[in-house]
Ligand binder design. Sequence first.
Ligand SMILES: *Cc1c(COP(=O)(O)O)cnc(C)c1O
Length: 473
Amino acid sequence: MSPTLRQQVLRNIPSVDEILSKQEMSDLLKIHPRTVVVEAIRRGLGRLREEILNQNDLSTLDETLFSYQNLLPLFQKEINLQVQPRLRRVINATGIVIHTNLGRAPLHPLALKQIVEVAKAYSNLEYDLARGERGDRYAHVEEILCHLSGAESALVVNNNAAAVLLCLNTLAEEREVIISRGELVEIGGAFRIPDVMKRSGATLKEVGTTNRTHLNDYQRAIGSESALLLKVHTSNFRVMGFTSEVPLDELVELGRKHHLPVMEDLGSGCFIDLVHYGLEKEPTVQEAIRTGVDLITISGDKLLGGPQAGIILGKKKFLDLTKANPLTRALRIDKLTLAALESTLLLYMDEKRAMAEIPALQMLGLNMRKLKGRAKRLLKRLQKKVGNKLQMTIKEDVSQVGGGALPLQKLPTIVLSIKSPGVSLNSLEKKLREIDPPIISRISKEELVFDMRTIFDEEIPLLAGGIEKVLSQ
Ligand SMILES: *Cc1c(COP(=O)(O)O)cnc(C)c1O
């Protein structure tokens, strides 16, 4: 195609005003504000221009390119992009249960109900109903957190990163925090222990080596500037082989001897011993508290299965200091989160129920029979509608826990993998991300894979419908 011919095609693109004046646009203008429609036309034409510029073979494009039959869907798509929320529900077919990029833990229906209940009207967020006076925002969850964990006192803030920052600032500003070199980790999403430490105003005093740290490494580092002994759960990072770390209880004993508080950033925040459910060991909150540790911090939206929150548990003396820190106000938890967190925590009063019903935990516990059943239902739907276009196989694969918890745990799972002769997997994967609701899948060994573990039963028809839609595009 010659450059001049391309120029000619470009010149034929109608103007915004020309399009606006056309009868075909009146329906759109009836539904949407003029400014939205104008913007959609502008963006739609921009895309068309780009397409023409990038097209090598223009012979496939003819005058129908600028027909309203072709243009209207383009504008409609641009209108949708403007008026629909950008933050949307997606279908997670990746098999990563606590997927930080996909919003971590889905909430239990009771937590959702409580969010609506508290949000749609006024609430006793900071109002003491018994006394008829100002109350404490944090009191709503403190009692149940102490009950479940065995801690003396509790506080919740915006997220675990905030919890760590707040504790370090409260206990160690302008003083030293002693931590093992093996635990100076970066957790996904740019949370680096040394950086958070610096911002908290505390000074890092690293001891030991990357693979081995001993009790006397900590002991030798203790001096007049020491404020805190810190342990950090290394989450999605493991040093294997010739390794040694100091268990929390020994660190607590060392702290007692030297009158130094001891804190652990536990990360995931697991209240149930997963070993009882056939999974690998993840240290529980109760076990940590039982060592007599002064403070621990955990996330609300990892294995706990609740909303984004940072939970601080431990000795009353140190929690009182933390609560009095002005930073607490800046990092405070909002009422919707609090409503969801309290509802989620209440489910833990019955461990079996928590395991069976809290979505993240329930997904971890799914057995192969259940997963296979899902895959079969999906397969059946697809066979009926697009069986002739697809090669489909149900097979075994491996899911991940995610969120930095149980990094070595291999969760055997069932996936449906598909390929379609003549259709590129990359384009299929991309198109699935662009429909409503978007479907997030993964490409593995020349196939597109849908992991049944992280899909809800009620999403099977949506998933089948989405795949069908994309194949007919
Ligand atoms: C995930 C994690 C954090 C960060 O928690 P957020 O709730 O995402 O702020 C901090 N420390 C550890 C050990 C973690 O696993």
